[in-house]
Design a protein around this ligand. Sequence first.
Ligand code: ZN
Length: 75
Amino acid sequence: MARTLPFRPADAGYRIAYRLQETNHCPGCGRSHWHVGRMTAECAYCATALPIRTGQTVGEGLVRSHGNAPTFLAA
Ligand SMILES: [Zn+2]
């Protein structure tokens, strides 16, 4: 039985993504007019769609617990 490895994004190579706050040129036509949605941005000329890179954590690790909040004594 063949063993399959889980998907590892780091091994997928260079990934094109739309970056907010930057000028993005379309990889399909080179223009820079986009229709930006919540998850993807689509080129207004050739309809190439790119995922939006937000730097968010998805899945495990999304919620982090730091324990109890520190208490400070009033002087
Ligand atoms: Zn385009």
